[in-house]
Write a protein that binds this ligand. Structure first.
Ligand code: 6GU
Length: 223
């Protein structure tokens, strides 16, 4: 998979992709992540990428030209499955969408900023508008990092235990069950007996009951 991220703040995106699992995934050749500075596509002599909104609303709007030039240049080189725009008024990013996007070959993620982007870009070039939750961020960079992380970890080989992504919270609309490690008694805080019993069937049943109970208590909306 290849992910191209278009942003006016490439610095924000450097560290999330340059350590730990996402770094190793790139080193192993499982994913290519390319970060592009939209200013490099500005034809303005001051490399501006935004301007005042028509209609007099406060706040700056990202202009068509740098975004169009960046996306066109990428599209000339390969076919993209989706051109994603990060915006609080997009569809909610959930596990099934992450699953679907993890099967794509090439993705563009355009990070929103300022008051937004010129609406013509959304109408003409964007194929998918995504929000990561009902709150407003200063820009789309952190949302793009969240999405890329959730997508890339689903690519086979990215996380060590091939099966473990299947058991994540949300994969089956159930929260994960609690986990424990040694010691079995820490300051009198005990690990549930069943987990020490060695009885495989009882353990699996306990985990399922915990998952159901925690989901009903903490996330009744998932049921
Ligand atoms: Cl994708 N962008 C911004 N700016 N704020 C958000 C968001 C995205 N998702 C939730 N809040």
């Amino acid at each position: 998979m290849r992910i191209d991220i278009l942003t006016v703040l490439p610095e924000i995106l450097e560290s999330p992709f340059n350590c730990s699992i996402l770094k190793r995934a790139q080193d192993k050749g499982l994913v290519e992540i390319h970060i592009h500075n939209l200013r490099d596509y500005s034809l303005d002599k001051h490399k501006r990428v935004d301007d005042y909104a028509f209609g007099g609303q406060p706040g700056m709007v990202m202009q068509c030209e740098p975004i169009d030039r960046a996306i066109s240049s990428l599209k000339q080189q390969r076919v993209y499955d989706e051109v994603i725009y990060t915006t609080p008024d997009g569809v909610r990013f959930r596990q099934p969408l992450a699953n679907r996007l993890s099967l794509c070959r090439n993705l563009i993620i355009l990070c929103g900023h300022y008051k937004g982007i010129d609406y013509r870009i959304r109408e003409q070039l964007i194929t998918l508008e995504i929000s990561i939750g009902d709150y407003v961020l200063t820009g789309g960079e952190l949302a793009a990092a969240v999405m890329a992380d959730a997508i890339v970890r689903l690519i086979p080989g990215v996380i060590n235990d091939e099966q473990s992504a299947l058991f994540d919270s949300f994969q089956d609309d159930l929260l994960a069950s609690p986990v424990y490690t040694r010691p079995s008694d820490y300051k009198g805080w005990k690990v549930p007996d069943v987990l020490l019993s060695g009885h495989e069937a009882n353990i699996r049943e306990w985990e399922l009951q915990q998952a159901i109970e925690r989901t009903q208590r903490l996330r009744p909306d998932l049921g």
